[in-house]
Write a protein that binds this ligand. Structure first.
Ligand code: C2E
Ligand code: MG
Ligand code: MG
Ligand code: MG
Length: 292
């Protein structure tokens, strides 16, 4: 049902829109509460080298357990947090908590892995990136090289020169930068060569399609070649099956992330897993993978 609001502007109302708006405002209020009542937590998913399955880094992924509704997915609440700018406060907490956890692991001897944190476009725009990140690292007592930032390809495309400059400053400090969801944002090859990045994370979409459509194998292959050409590490996201693992391995992609290797897990389970794998590795080869 469309009607004019008296000034000749058409407004379309639908019951669906009303319930979407209600859900938006409800979740926004609940997120504000969750921030003060500590109902957010972080999960950690390992990204491993294809070659020997040793852990390259952990991606920190925010989790929200609502007291009544149970788990609400980041796919639902992150867009609302971004639209409302609440992602600034939530993102501060995420960065602080990720650095704190990584610092604890680092001090326990996990020196070869780093932590990777998703940073949204709103944060890029409104946080003084260099000073913000350096303060977080300082507070946690974490060296810059133990941190990586994941920024989606579409955020990179929209980023101002000032933002790119801030990322360059951070990179000079030793922080690593990854392009997340690569292949979905349509950046041009010339911009890719200019961006301050170390890692390309190929979106899950390409992995899913590779089985169905051989054209996607070719795209994966060219991204892999591009990575080699530009000296960027390439990670394939969303590896769920052994055939997908074999495929990306044969294409020369260095790292994978996905349920085949591990789902995102609590910090406790991660610590346990790492310890077990390390002990197995020591038993098999005589040297530890994770300890210095
Ligand atoms: P992303 O950064 O691309 O993160 C990867 C997502 O893929 C995660 O979903 C992860 O659980 C999922 N995943 C990993 N391996 C597999 C697999 O083999 N199969 C399938 N089906 N999924 C897999 P999650 O945790 O639900 O997060 C979804 C998105 O929400 C993230 O995509 C990211 O864009 C956003 N997000 C999550 N945590 C944060 C955060 O702390 N800050 C910000 N700004 N965004 C976040
Ligand atoms: Mg990510
Ligand atoms: Mg991604
Ligand atoms: Mg994604």
């Amino acid at each position: 049902r469309a009607k004019t609001d008296g000034r000749g502007i058409f407004r379309v109302y639908s019951p669906e829109m009303g319930s979407k708006m209600r859900r938006y405002h409800y979740l926004l209020e609940e997120m504000r509460l969750a921030l003060t009542s500590q109902n957010f937590s972080l999960s950690f998913q390992p990204i491993v080298h294809v070659e020997d399955c040793s852990i390259d880094y952990f991606e920190a992924l925010v989790r929200w357990t609502h007291p009544v509704e149970g788990n609400i997915t980041p796919g639902e609440f992150i867009p609302i947090a971004e639209e409302s700018n609440l992602i600034l406060e939530l993102g501060d907490w995420i960065m602080q908590e990720a650095c704190r956890q990584m610092s604890a692991w680092y001090n326990a001897g996990m020196r070869k892995v780093r932590i990777s944190v998703n940073v949204s476009g709103v944060q890029l725009k409104h946080r003084p990136l260099h000073d913000w990140i350096m303060a977080m690292l300082g507070k946690a007592g974490l060296p810059a090289h133990a941190l990586m930032l994941e920024i989606t390809e579409s955020c990179f495309i929209e980023a101002s020169d000032a933002v790119i400059e801030q990322l360059e400053l951070l990179r000079n400090e030793g922080v690593l930068i990854a392009i997340d969801d690569f292949g979905t944002g349509f950046s041009s090859l010339s911009t890719l060569a200019e961006l301050p990045v170390d890692i390309i994370k190929i979106d899950k979409l390409f992995i899913d399609q590779a089985n169905e459509n051989p054209k996607y194998n070719k795209i994966l292959n060219s991204i892999s070649e591009l990575g080699k050409e530009l000296n960027l590490k390439v990670v394939a996201e969303g590896i769920e099956h052994a055939e997908q693992f074999e495929l990306v391995k044969n294409l020369g992609i260095q790292c994978v992330q996905g349920y085949l290797v591990s789902r995102p897990e609590s910090s406790r389970n991660v610590g346990h897993k790492v310890l077990t794998q390390n002990l197995n590795h020591i038993a098999a080869t005589g040297t530890g993978v994770w300890l210095p």
